[in-house]
Design a protein around this ligand. Structure first.
Ligand code: AMP
Length: 309
């Protein structure tokens, strides 16, 4: 099974109450790929500038990620994002966004990237997301993430992109902002009316909720005593969630598999926030993932007498 992701490939400057980094590898597609690689072959699609070095390609390639869809633009600059968090780590404040090579990017996918069963349109300009979506005809599950910048500046394109996927993953505040509807259940129903059968509402340290036409499933965040930098947590969640579904070959209507996928998403996100940027997930092992998955699923059994298991 395999997954294709388009999204930012970036350098990030990040400050949190627990430290800072001036320029580290980041981007929504990079965070996703590093998490999803544990479950299947991952093809990354997107441009980088001349400042994106061999060591960055190597970091991804050594972890089995296909970088042949990363286009290096002569004379160009890699996407750059600067942001910070105050004591509420659930709220990222953007200080600077420089699109660089993304401004004129036209995605051209390899045959392997087009044929992937699972597609993640990670956070990036929604017309680019649509450009990739239209080339992937073999996709079994397509999911999309976005953020306030695109809700503000490209709302119509974003709504069109949402109508072309099975699953939309946004945080609570973004769902409200996009739909103009303060009630999450009604907002999710509105989004499902556009096409997706799944709305995944991300809630930072409080976890995530999965809404479908007739069901709701929520999973708490994995409780950690050390949290340093939440950047990329949403993309790692998506990597664990979609990676698991891809490997299981599960249709988006299989609720038992969706619940397991939510737990894997939670586990991958929890590792990501323990250190800055990609630092922790880059050296993660499958054994560590499985151990935390067992702990999380054991901890969240609310009432065994109801399920009888
Ligand atoms: P997350 O914390 O999961 O929402 O994702 C953080 C990543 O998103 C960072 O590594 C940034 O490089 C990237 N990012 C920030 N702003 C944007 C944007 N406007 N478009 C695409 N990617 C972005």
């Amino acid at each position: 099974m395999s997954l294709t992701v388009v999204g930012s490939i970036a350098f990030d400057a990040v400050r949190t109450p627990f430290g800072e980094r001036e320029r580290m590898l980041g981007g929504s597609a990079v965070h996703f790929a590093l998490a999803a690689r544990f479950f299947g072959d991952v093809h990354v699609v997107g441009p980088v500038g001349e400042d994106f070095g061999e060591e960055h390609f190597k970091l991804l390639e050594e972890r089995g990620i296909d970088t042949s869809g990363i286009e290096r633009v002569e004379g160009g600059e890699t996407f750059f994002w600067a942001g910070h968090y105050e004591h509420d780590l659930n709220v990222a404040k953007t200080d600077d966004t420089r699109l660089g090579v993304f401004a004129d990017f036209e995605p051209k996918l390899s045959a392997a990237a087009r044929e992937a069963e699972t597609l993640f349109l990670a956070n990036i300009q929604p017309d680019l997301q649509r450009g990739v979506r239209s080339q992937c005809e073999a996709t079994r599950i397509a999911a999309l993430d976005s953020m306030n910048l695109w809700i503000d500046t490209a709302r119509d394109s974003l709504l069109a992109a949402i109508s072309e996927v099975d699953c939309v993953m946004l945080n609570d505040a973004e769902i409200r902002m996009l739909t103009g509807e303060p009630n999450l259940a009604r907002a999710a129903r509105g989004l499902m009316g556009l096409g997706p059968s799944i709305v995944l509402a991300k809630r930072g340290e409080y976890g995530a909720a999965l809404l479908t036409a007739d069901r709701l499933f929520a999973v708490p965040g994995y409780l950690l005593e050390e949290v340093r930098d939440p950047t990329g947590a949403g993309d790692c969640f998506a990597g664990g969630f979609l990676g698991y579904l891809d490997a299981a070959g599960a249709p988006p209507s299989d609720h038992a598999e969706l619940r397991r996928a939510m737990a894997y998403g939670t586990v991958l996100a929890s590792f990501n926030v323990e250190e800055f940027g990609t630092e922790r997930v880059a050296r993660l092992t499958r054994e560590e993932i499985e151990e935390r998955y067992r702990l999380l699923t054991a901890m969240t059994r609310i009432d065994d007498s109801v399920t009888g298991r």
